[in-house]
Design a protein around this ligand. Sequence first.
Ligand code: S3P
Length: 326
Amino acid sequence: MIINKSISLIGFMGCGKSTVSQKLAKALQINCIDTDGLIEITEGQSIREIFSTRGESYFREREKNVLLSLLEEPKPSVLALGGGTPCFHNNMKHILDLSVAIYLEVSPQTLVKRLEKERDKRPLLKNQNNLLEYIENTLSIRNPIYKKAHYTINGEQDLNIIVEEIKEIIQGKNKYDMQLAAFLLNILEYNYEINDLIIKRLNQQKEQLTERTILLMNHVLNAQHIWNSRLRGIESTFETWQIHDLNNWETINEENYKTSIQIVEGFPMDEEVIYTNSKNQKFTNKIKDIIYHIVNHSTYHRAQITSIAKENGVEPLSSDYIFYKR
Ligand code: S3P
């Protein structure tokens, strides 16, 4: 199985993140990293000691940094996160953006049973007289955050069943990612080929081209270039209504296509990008929606080009997707 993203296991102390992560990592043949363990090694102190000598906010800062560096690692791993990790700073957003988040949900009553004997190891539980009340109160704050995970699993089940359920999720997700990418590549190819045919046809009709046709075809090319640049997080070198020399249209179309393909092949399609439009307004969209928009937007303007051709008595090209697929 090809794993292209880390898997973050989240949930309350005692929900089984460490045990599940080790067995899951073995099954998936990838590394298993425990964030608390990593903090203890780098700090040379146990979590309990860090809490008592440096305080909780110091620990939360270290926890955030360790989390970010792990999420940014290109090599995927199973990450067993500390119980509080998703609930501090902006951590949950990063966990959701950069990994597959799985919440191991366990009832407060079961957590009490599992944690009763471990109070001394856990700084947040040490002075709690009523463990059930503490867990219920803390969970009422944390659960809305934990529940944002991509998937929630019943953490009270047998360990083997939990691991199997997660494996099924990852397999299904891989399949979904591959099918989505294949579909987007397919519509990008349609977009490229139809543009190419239209450009070749317009080249043959150079003398009869209306100003509006020229403007619309340039706009189709510019828009794809601009969206590609936004997706790559770079400044676009084209303006929305810029006019290019007719001799360059084919090359621009080809370059646009190649860049869009690289984006689909190189980025997770469900991920969001933040960009600013021509009026300097900020927006956020998923990559897959932007790719679909590129094609849909081109179809809209190609239809206008077709209308102009019909009005002028010029034989238009059939650019429907279904014609292309026949
Ligand atoms: C904490 C959970 C612990 C550890 C620290 C704080 C929390 O991790 O990070 O004691 O805030 O819930 P585990 O969930 O791995 O025990």
